[in-house]
Design a binder for this molecule. Structure first.
Ligand code: TRP
Length: 332
């Protein structure tokens, strides 16, 4: 039996080339080596207020982008989290074995709750429970491998701690998810702030290249990217912005290190940006064309999501049943 791989993306903000090169592209590459489940985690999204209409649209957009990026829905399960009630059910049971102190310690909770305090007067309990729900996503399917960025490493570690605590209280139930990740993709930085990882929620218009950005905007954003005071590429002294542009080119094209040096050393920044923009557009154009095809046929997308939920539900439900019986809850 193939090992199970599981990951998730929140249907918020705009998926960008950093998400593609850092995660999606890697999922596409490894999907057939595993039994793969890719979740659109809408229950995580509502831990901060979402406009209902926008959320509904985003869920479909992210699903369509998964497929347009090359996730094969015949093999991999594309699942909307809220369509499989077992996620929320297991999350509650895990909440009851998770010490609050573990949750208050999460750096993402500290950062997000501080942000919310500025916007709303109260911080929703969901923000605190966020990592328990993520642990439920993972443990529900006894996933062995969970490819996530380093910003989620602490949550993955917590999932292991919760699994361990459950196992010691109620007997061996959960498989430990691996924290060691398979070769992770490129780490792409913001075009305007090359010392920060490219973010879905950053507001700056020059920060991220969205996978669905109009092509002329893609070109403009790359042409305006932050560089440094050198006039041309110097591999010894280049700043973060130039290194980031080269990383984008390399990740899209798969060019080797030596070839990168031969091609770009001494290239003036104007030409560098044109070359990088060309490579990005070469990949985004067909992706956007596939995306438009997918969203033009709503029944096709609904079918994929229904298939995904139907395929994973028996696994999820049998875990919930096992957990119920371990805890002494009523099972028929
Ligand atoms: N918390 C993750 C993020 O924001 C998304 C996520 C939710 C996830 N459930 C998951 C990732 C399960 C991997 C596995 O990136």
């Amino acid at each position: 039996m193939k090992a199970r791989v599981l990951s998730g993306v929140q249907p918020t903000g705009n998926l960008h080339i950093g998400n593609y090169l850092g995660a999606l592209k890697n999922w596409v590459k490894i999907q057939h080596d595993y039994e793969s489940i890719f979740c659109i985690v809408d229950l995580h999204a509502i831990t901060v207020f979402q406009d209902p209409k926008e959320l509904r649209n985003k869920i479909r957009e992210v699903a369509a982008l998964f497929i347009a990026s090359g996730i094969d829905p015949k093999h991999s399960s594309v699942v909307v989290q809220s369509a499989v009630p077992a996620h929320a059910e297991l999350a509650w049971m895990l909440t009851c074995v998770t010490p609050i102190g573990w949750l208050y310690r999460m750096t993402q909770f500290k950062a997000k709750s501080a942000l919310q305090e500025g916007v709303q007067e109260t911080v929703g309990d969901g923000l605190l429970q966020y990592p328990v729900l993520m642990a439920a996503d993972i443990l529900l399917y006894q996933a062995a491998i969970v490819p996530v960025g380093d910003d989620q490493a602490q949550h993955l570690e917590l999932a292991r701690d919760i699994a361990q605590r459950f196992n010691s209280l109620y007997g061996d139930t959960f498989v430990m998810p691996k924290t060691s990740l398979p070769s992770v993709g490129a780490r792409i930085m913001g075009l305007d702030e090359p010392d920060k990882k490219m973010s879905k929620s950053a507001t700056g218009t020059g920060h991220a290249v969205g996978l669905l950005d109009p092509i002329d905007q893609v070109r403009k954003k790359i042409m305006r990217a932050t560089t440094d005071s050198n006039p041309a590429v110097d591999f010894e002294t280049m700043g973060l912005g130039v290194a980031n542009l080269l990383a984008i080119y390399q990740a899209f094209s798969g060019t080797g290190d030596d070839e990168m040096k031969a091609k770009f050393a001494g290239m003036r920044y104007g030409d560098l940006k044109k070359t990088v923009a060309g490579m990005v557009i070469e990949h985004l154009e067909p992706l956007q064309a596939r995306y438009r095809e997918i969203v033009s046929d709503p029944a096709y997308l609904d079918g994929i999501l229904a298939d995904g939920a139907a395929r994973v539900s028996p696994i999820a439900n049998s875990t919930v049943d096992l957990v119920k019986s371990r805890m002494g809850l009523y099972t028929s």
